[in-house]
Write a protein that binds this ligand. Structure first.
Ligand code: NBG
Length: 832
């Protein structure tokens, strides 16, 4: 019998201290948890103890809804959206949960009554850095929207013991420090050691015929690892829906240990345990070659296998025929990291459940869908055949079989077109043979999508061109979005208050209602309040910058901000060239009238990406020269804000006047930082790349600073032969800026440090900085003039927020739900 409310005999009586939301009940709960969870009493409690006590008190309140949500899903014929992602960059939880619950005021008051400041406690929270950047953060925004839209959903991923490294800056260079986020305990997760699965690795396979004369394959693994579920509650905004983020931690399989133990190899057994538990130790930074990362492939297979087994277990509880699986579960592959799901679902169905191949394939395709997040060739995952075959022998066989059947189809459709067959194969046969994960994901999916209109178009024209030609009906675009709960309500309370007083609160869940702001755009007193909000947010960021770097910046200056992973295609060094140009102008002409600007950079470079680290060194070098030059008199300030993460993002986006989105056209799949800035009233200077295109369409060309080559022009220039050095020769200011870097001016006279960077720009410049430099600098001059006209700038800023509604992740998720997953909302009633 399926679990329903009726079958549950004993339900705990609601105990007010665990569930009530009054200030007094919360205060009591915190005091209780201080003693019973933290083992402390008031007099000796540290601020961290108070944070933990409050976090536990909030979690208790979530639990009621969490349990009720699970019960609702179990008892009804609902379809669940499963988001498979190797990364979830969920950020700090306390503030977000308070807001979604509507508990913030009560918590603030309760803590005040206990002599604690809520904002200070929130600053103490260690955030789970379980992602690199946009891709992981997108997954987190999507979970927030799924819960808010009351859609049954589970996020499946990996519980990395060490998340993305902490970045420190020593002598201007990035230094990576281990992220020990679990060190002080994680009050938001619940371990469920009883929800666990076994995952095979290595060994060999054996074909045989069973008693009923069926062809079967047995996988004899060299070892097994156990995956344990750790759950985090994902509460929607002002609804009862509380979905689950389920992350898997690896553990040694006991029975294996015992075998060794019995033959006396105690140390061998312990070694095996350590090896198994290494699997989920660390998140791999992206932007580095995958070569040889056996552990990374093992991580991918591990979390995908646990997740699919979990979905099948949940399905079994419903006692349905397996052919109904795609009607009850949709699984989205977030990039190719979980692409092995195609082969693993086949294995689970064919090998373990004896479903005939064709039927299993139909189920697999109808269940799975794939989102592509990049066109950069170096970021498209492939695995060498020897590595793949030795780690996952059975999966490789299944991929061969899928590929064989698929290529037959291609041959029939395009007779004699061997080149096409070679391109579409799941195995790259040129050079060392490799498994192509994007091809596997595409063939195994009923829907494939890019993450912005331009990106989806380019995807069909380039990387997946042959597939789009074969199955045009399977290709979609879903433009990314960001959650307004975290990125406006939580991180920009002053703006939220102003919006509340001006247009009400409906925009928090109906983001198109932000348009109502347009009625106020010419209202001088509203403009003034708008400016005060921005001014306040800039003061908050200025204080953070001072604390972190010792640099003081003037909140009256134009805050020009670029925060994102450091990468050549994102072109932080183009931004740097502009800073140097302004600096050189002021040195030449100290009386020059320019708008005072504060340039703020933030972001991590992959530890093995030398050029990206050099770009950081360039920015810090420029910062120390410019900030220390008396002649500049504070007209320019340059800041590298260390360790950009979700928590610091809360202070950064609301404080920006200008958002830098200056990637080489065609390279940034979407971008999501661009949306966070726009929602918070920053203007964008940007190229026609990723979602910039749509942002500009929405806010209007007049309210967007566009510059640079288009994707087509970039490609044209490349084919016709790009000679960056020509731009250097022709443009005096560009030459001056590059020469200044080469002279060692930003490296204490050392002329070697930046040599690789200069050399690359002059002779290769794969990302067309020199070609875009002049247009960029001129557009920046326009920004300078526009900022002078305070009232115009304010109007533009208001319009950016007013017209950013499209970029709420609620819109993106509504599109995934209706066109790809077919998952209707299922509201949760609280049994009160
Ligand atoms: C990133 C893109 C961004 C995009 C995010 C989320 C990867 C592989 N891709 O442009 O670079 O916004 O995905 O879709 O991390």
């Amino acid at each position: 019998m399926a679990t329903t409310r009726e079958t549950l005999k004993v339900r705990p009586a609601p105990v007010s201290i665990h569930t009530e939301c009054s200030t007094e009940a919360l205060r009591q709960a915190v005091l209780n948890n201080l003693v019973y969870m933290q083992g402390r009493y008031q007099e000796i409690a540290t601020p961290y103890d108070w944070y933990m006590a409050l976090a536990y008190s909030v979690r208790e309140r979530l639990l009621e809804r969490w349990v009720e949500t699970a019960l609702t899903y179990a008892g009804h014929d609902v379809k669940v959206a499963c988001y498979l992602s190797a990364e979830f960059l969920i950020g700090p939880q306390l503030g977000n949960n308070l807001i979604n619950f509507g508990l913030e005021a009560a918590a603030r008051e309760a803590m005040q009554g206990l002599g604690q400041d809520l904002d200070e406690l929130m600053m103490l929270e260690e955030e789970p850095g379980l992602g690199n950047g946009g891709l992981g953060r997108l997954a987190a925004c999507y979970l927030d929207s799924l819960a808010t839209l009351q859609v049954p959903a589970i996020g499946y991923g990996i519980r990395y013991e060490f998340g993305i490294f902490d970045q420190e800056i020593h002598d201007g260079w990035q230094v990576e420090v281990t992220d020990k986020w679990l060190q002080r305990g994680n009050p938001w997760e619940l371990a469920h050691p009883d929800i666990c699965y076994y995952v095979n690795f290595g060994g060999h396979t054996e074909a045989y015929t069973d008693e009923q004369s069926r062809y079967r394959v047995r996988w004899w693994p060299a070892h097994k690892v156990k995956g344990i579920a750790y759950d985090t509650a994902i509460l929607g905004y002002h609804v009862n829906t509380c979905n689950t983020l389920r992350l898997w931690k690896s553990q040694a399989v006991e029975s294996f240990d015992f075998q060794d133990f019995n033959v006396g190899d105690y140390y061998g057994a312990v070694h095996e345990k350590v090896r198994s538990e290494t699997l989920t130790k660390i998140l791999y930074p992206n932007d580095e070659p995958e070569i040889g990362k056996r552990l990374r492939l093992a991580q991918q297979y591990f979390f995908v296998s646990c997740s699919l087994q979990d979905m099948l277990r949940l399905f079994d509880k419903k006692r349905e025929n397996i052919e109904r699986f795609p009607q009850l579960f949709a699984a989205q592959m977030n990039d190719t990291h979980p692409a092995i799901a195609v082969a693993e679902l086949m294995r689970l169905l064919v090998d373990e459940r004896l479903v005939p191949w064709d039927e299993a394939w139909d189920i697999t395709q109808r269940t799975l869908a794939y989102t592509n997040h990049t066109l950069l060739p170096e970021a498209l995952e492939t695995w060498g055949l020897p590595l793949f075959g030795s780690l996952l022998p059975r999966l490789l066989e299944i991929i061969y079989e899928i590929n064989y059947r698929f290529l037959e189809q291609v041959r029939q459709r395009y007779p004699g077109d061997d080149a096409r067959v070679a391109r579409m194969s799941m195995i790259d046969e040129g050079g060392e043979k490799r498994v192509r994960m994007a091809n596997l994901a595409t063939v195994g999916s009923h829907a494939i999508n890019g993450v912005a209109a331009l990106h989806s178009t380019l995807l069909k024209q380039t990387v997946l061109h042959d597939f789009a030609e074969l199955w045009p009906e399977r290709f979609f675009n879903v433009t990314n979005g960001v959650t307004p709960r975290r990125f406006v309500v939580l991180s920009n309370p002053s703006l939220t208050q102003l919006l509340h007083e001006t247009i009400g609160d409906d925009w928090i869940v109906n983001s198109s209602h932000l348009r109502e702001l347009e009625n106020h755009v010419h209202d001088a007193s509203f403009q003034e309040r708008w400016r005060l909000v921005k001014r306040h947010n800039k003061e908050v960021l200025a204080a953070l910058i001072r604390r972190r770097t010792g640099i003081s910046v003037d909140p009256a200056a134009l805050f020009d901000i670029q925060v994102k992973r450091i990468h050549e295609y994102k072109r932080q060094h183009l931004n740097a060239l502009h800073v140097i140009t302004l600096y050189a102008r002021l040195r030449r002409n100290p009386g020059l009238d320019i708008t005072p600007r504060c340039f703020i950079f933030g972001g991590k470079a992959a530890p093995g990406y030398r050029m990206a680290k050099l770009m950081i060194r360039l920015v810090t070098g420029i910062a120390s020269v410019v900030n220390g030059d008396a002649l500049i008199r504070d007209r320019l300030k340059v800041v590298f804000l260390p360790n950009f993460d979700v928590k610091s993002a809360h202070a950064v986006y609301p404080a920006a006047d200008l958002s830098e989105q200056i990637s080489t056209a065609g390279k940034e799949a979407s971008g999501t930082g661009n949306m966070k800035f726009t929602l918070n009233g920053a203007l964008t200077i940007g190229t026609l790349d990723g979602a910039n295109v749509e942002i500009r369409e929405e806010v209007g060309a007049d309210n967007f600073f566009l510059f640079g080559l288009t994707t087509e022009q970039v490609n044209q220039l490349r084919t016709q032969g790009y000679r960056p050095r020509d731009y250097y020769e022709r443009d005096d200011e560009l030459r001056e800026a590059l020469d200044l870097i080469a002279s060692g001016a930003f490296a204490g006279g050392d002329t070697d440090v930046f040599r690789p960077l200069i050399y690359h720009l002059l002779y290769h410049d794969s990302y067309f900085l020199l070609a875009d430099y002049r247009a960029y600098v001129e557009k920046q001059a326009e920004v300078d003039r526009a900022f002078h006209d305070t009232s115009r700038w304010t109007r533009m800023s208001i319009l950016n927020t007013a017209r950013a509604g499209k970029f709420s992740s609620d819109r993106s998720i509504a599109e995934y739900c209706s066109t790809i997953w077919r998952t209707p909302p299922v509201p949760v009633q609280l049994d009160k």
